[in-house]
Design a protein around this ligand. Sequence first.
Ligand code: M6R
Length: 365
Amino acid sequence: DKGNFRHFMAKEIYEQPEVISHTLANYIDMATETVRLPEDLPFDFSQLKRITICACGTAYYAGLVGKYWMEKYARLPVDIDVASEFRYREVPLEEGGLAIFISQSGETADTLASLRYCDSQGQHILSIVNVRESTIARESGTVFPTLAGPEIGVASTKAFTCQLTVLACLAIAAGRQRGILAESDERKLVHALVEVPRLATQALKLEPQIEDIARDLSRARDVLYLGRGLNYPLALEGALKLKEISYIHAEGYAAGELKHGPIALIDENVPVIVVSPSDSLFDKTISNMQEVAARGGNIILLTDEDGAQASGDQPQATLVLPKMFQFVQPLIYAIPVQLLAYHTAVFMGTDVDQPRNLAKSVTVE
Ligand code: M6R
């Protein structure tokens, strides 16, 4: 049931404050502001030398954010790959390592094959899945469910932010077990997570402005997304979402890679969406933005109040999000990124919930 929404995708975007809240409640002890791990976890993060993460599509981008978090907050090296490559790579793995699989459906063929390979190599198997009765969940030693509820739209939205929520909790728990995060650090990070549903609700209020921007975007043939650090995976996710449902060609790039090639594409016909909150990497990304502006590119900037001030009149449009702790940025910036793709697709008149050539769960190789 779509309720009052025109598409399942819109409904699912709007459900995010609530489902993130549910997911958080499953992993966080609100009274002590700490992450709660199952008692019978068969591994200890302090014993691990590295982690392998494997997934496809949007779930892979969630994993990429997870890698940045694990490295920064738990000082734990992470290898990540798309499952369709990982499964054929004959990756050497040290016995007793941890492999994490992320999947909304829990039925993605390549992700499952990668899981079985890691299992055969003596890894602990942890899966982050939305469908609890799925094959991936069944074959995992440990399951960390996302509590997103059924996701009907082919374009993944709420499952993505719930995957991020679980990965954020895991990174905090890992940081604690490895002695990287002190009690007060953990509380600070958990506190930032608890604020996410409220910030997400605020981000949803940008919708009317996003609709205006989407009207222009729907006339583009190619769109570029740029982001750095934690926002790089979001640039990838933004481009995937846009091409999936609007059929407009889009590419996501690490902002620093711009000058290594894609800048050749920039002219007044290629909108460039820059995801750049005013954090420690802001200045770097803004100088990439200036390179785009100098070539006549039309910039759409996703930032906060300080970022908007600092970028002056260079962007053609600016979406101003609330100021937040860097740690939780991907969870909140995901929302305008999803809404931009959604409204562009609506202007194009495509079948938003059932885009051509795509299936909700990819059970073929
Ligand atoms: O069910 P899964 O999370 O394993 O699916 C992975 C991808 O097929 C999925 O995320 C796909 O990329 C979505 N259509 C993205 O919106």
